[in-house]
Design a binder for this molecule. Structure first.
Ligand SMILES: [Zn+2]
Ligand SMILES: [Zn+2]
Length: 389
């Protein structure tokens, strides 16, 4: 079959690889009808996250039709149409039973690596480094889905691929980031980053009834999409984020702050971002936490910081004194996708939101290598890419 494979920094190739097969009786094989490139794939493309090997199949946002099931797969049958969450979940361990699916204790088959890196391994993830299990991803014609009974979301034929595909990652990711803020009707929610996850944070904060939603970025087409979704926008290249947020909140600061940027913050003008870039270049720091620092500084005391943005390793100069003295709550985490998908699928069916708004490019899988670059460099007004194998 054909698949997009990782071969090093800035090197994704459209390769011919062996078809996947059932390796465990709880597997299923899905024929991929649509997949997407996620912002966190770019961290692998730019090689900020370790643990990738030559030939690893990329992709953790995909859907399709079940074409084969293992003997112990009971709830899925051949012909079912499914979206596959990026977190692989056993459905049985203590964390899965509590709904903490992204820290499933059984699905990461390289637990020792994860334990060493983070203290405790996280769940297995599709197409995302050997620290998270080294599972083949879904930017391919076919994909093997482990623990298939629990690692899937069945979707009705009445909805298009484009409407449901993002249930596998960016929609629940944006949603969880906002739910973790416990939004009150009096709240200002400030969102750093108007990429795909930031866009879903904006829509989710509006749906959950925030008084005011503010979105911070510097890419005009991203800012206009956020504005179309109901956000007040701030272009950080044009104006001071701190001043504008102060003005919008009568000097008090936003109650809720969301970092939808993560480790590759692109701020270039502030002193701290120059420091990060210099330290990262000589491998003394892995991540660039400019957004985290700004959020801690600007957030109203007793507010909440929510971090859906991906971080990989260590950050420097985090103002922990301010975090503590202001009594801020910090909430983080990879997305517990299955915790949210029943509710979100219902909202799509009811027409409360149509997630396809975020798609700017739809191309064949063979154009994937080019699209990684187009998406990373934000060329051609690209916000979200869907690939068709
Ligand atoms: Zn993702
Ligand atoms: Zn589990």
């Amino acid at each position: 079959m054909k698949a997009l494979c990782w071969h090093g920094k800035n090197d994704i190739r459209y390769d011919t690889v062996p078809d996947p097969s059932i390796e465990d009786s709880r597997d299923a094989i899905v024929k991929v009808s649509s997949c997407a490139i996620c912002g966190s794939d770019l961290h692998l493309y730019d090689h900020f996250i370790p643990g990738m090997e030559h030939g690893d199949i990329m992709g953790h946002e995909f859907m399709g039709e079940v074409v084969e099931v293992g003997a112990d797969t009971k709830r899925l049958k051949v012909g079912d149409r499914v979206v596959v969450p990026f977190t692989i979940v056993c459905g049985e361990c203590e964390q899965c039973r509590r709904g903490n699916f992204s820290v499933c204790e059984r699905s990461n088959r390289n637990r020792e690596l994860g334990d060493k890196a983070f203290g405790h391994a996280t769940a297995g993830l599709f197409g995302y480094t050997h620290l998270t299990g080294g599972y083949a991803g879904g930017q391919a014609e076919y994909v093997r889905v482990p623990f298939a009974d629990t690692t899937h979301v069945k979707v009705p034929d009445s909805l298009s691929d484009e409407q449901v595909l993002f249930l596998g990652d960016i929609f629940p990711t944006g949603w969880q980031a906002v739910v973790q803020c416990d939004v009150q009707p009096t709240d200002t929610v400030a969102i750093w980053g108007a990429g795909p996850v930031g866009q879903f944070c904006v829509r989710s904060a509006v749906l959950l009834g925030a008084r005011q939603v503010v979105c911070i970025d510097r890419v005009p087409e991203r800012l206009s999409m956020a504005a179309a979704g109901g956000a007040i926008t701030i272009d950080f290249d044009e104006e001071s984020v701190l001043e504008r947020l102060k003005e919008l909140t009568h000097g008090k600061g936003p109650e809720k702050c969301i970092d939808a940027v993560g480790l590759e913050a692109h701020a270039t003008r502030s002193l701290d971002s120059m420091y990060d870039r210099a330290k990262q270049a000589v491998m003394l720091e892995t991540d660039r936490p400019h957004v985290l620092r700004e959020m801690i500084y600007v957030c109203r005391p007793a507010g909440v910081l929510s971090v859906p943005g991906v971080y990989g390793g260590l950050v420097d100069k985090l103002p922990f004194g301010a975090l503590m003295n202001k009594g801020l709550t910090l909430r983080t985490g990879q997305t517990h996708v299955r915790r949210w998908t029943d509710d979100l699928l219902r909202r799509i069916e009811e027409g409360q939101i149509d997630p396809s708004f975020v798609i700017t490019h739809t191309v064949g899988l063979e154009q994937g290598p080019d699209m990684y670059r187009v998406f990373r460099d934000k060329l051609d007004n690209c916000i979200k890419v869907v690939l068709k194998p």
